[in-house]
Write a protein that binds this ligand. Sequence first.
Ligand SMILES: NC(=O)c1ccc[n+]([C@@H]2O[C@H](COP(=O)([O-])OP(=O)(O)OC[C@H]3O[C@@H](n4cnc5c(N)ncnc54)[C@H](OP(=O)(O)O)[C@@H]3O)[C@@H](O)[C@H]2O)c1
Length: 334
Amino acid sequence: MVGRHKKLKIRFVPGNVEVVQEDVEIPDRRVLITGATGLLGRAVYKEFNENNWNAFGCGYSRARPRFEQVNLLETTAVHDIIEDFQPHLIVHCAAERRPDVVESHPESAFQLNVVVSERIAKEAAKVGAFLIYISTDYVFDGTSPPYLESGIPNPLNLYGKLKLEGEKAVLQNYEGAAVLRVPILYGDVEKLEESAVTILFDKVQFSNKPANMDHWQQRFPTHVKDVASVCRQLAERRLQDSSLKGIFHWSGNEQMTKYEIACAMADAFNLPSSHLRPLADGLVVGVLRPKNAQLDCSRLENLGIGQRTPFQTGIRESLWPFLIDKKWRQTVFH
Ligand SMILES: NC(=O)c1ccc[n+]([C@@H]2O[C@H](COP(=O)([O-])OP(=O)(O)OC[C@H]3O[C@@H](n4cnc5c(N)ncnc54)[C@H](OP(=O)(O)O)[C@@H]3O)[C@@H](O)[C@H]2O)c1
């Protein structure tokens, strides 16, 4: 499914500049990725771009120069971009994903997480593009894990409620769409604060200060490149089987509290962990969170779809650039 297209290229030869036309191969399968500048969107863009899809990414504040800058909140933005690009697939990653920001800015979070998702579903249905709406394990209250796709959602905080409303808006307006729920994500970050997993690393590294870590909420840290691969596998399967739609779950399978995640990071880099203190009583500041919203992934597993990077491997790759004694280690080990 690869098409040949003409592209103009400028060729510099000493004393001369020529504009030549050359054939390039542009895959015919088009995927539009919203939130392509974000933690998950970057991995999704890379996965499709490297696997024979014509990937078009849009972002907002970080879009330039690599991606198209689109404010999805503008009324006609969704229509214009889908109409122009005519995608076969849309992976909708753009969202406000920080529960505390959602609580403090509920109206703008509602617009982005619900209204924009609904518009995307309507436009996707019009052009017949398969839509994957990324959702969260926070749609569940965490009292009776593991949760099947058919499990009854009962979100505890506004972020979970809005993501659930987004799911409903998508599925009500486009019954051929898919919802992919995922838990806490990590991967290649631009800064440590970009992921609720990697943000713990500074507290791990600065071992001269005791650090309290939540040891109550059960998490399943999941690498964004695994979610990206699952999106591609699902999309490619869907091209052959139009009955694939509705709700899907994907998750890493290593259960850890934030305290255990921090200890695993220390382990990965041979750093001390005795300054890390487990807080087992659930008294974590901020918005209410589910104790254990483990996602049952058997629907995708039974289709033979999936990928799981071991946490130790994934976290070492992701955090290596942020190690404060990196230079010293490079000198010693390389
Ligand atoms: N991160 C997690 O742990 C986690 C867990 C479960 C589910 N999820 C879900 O996974 C999806 C991706 O999350 P993420 O962690 O990748 O989020 P993220 O890193 O915060 O990225 C959010 C993306 O949304 C874009 N965006 C924000 N406002 C926009 C606007 N007005 N117009 C256009 N684009 C806008 C941002 O663009 P700019 O940055 O360029 O402004 C960015 O690309 C979300 O649906 C989230 O709910 C995330």
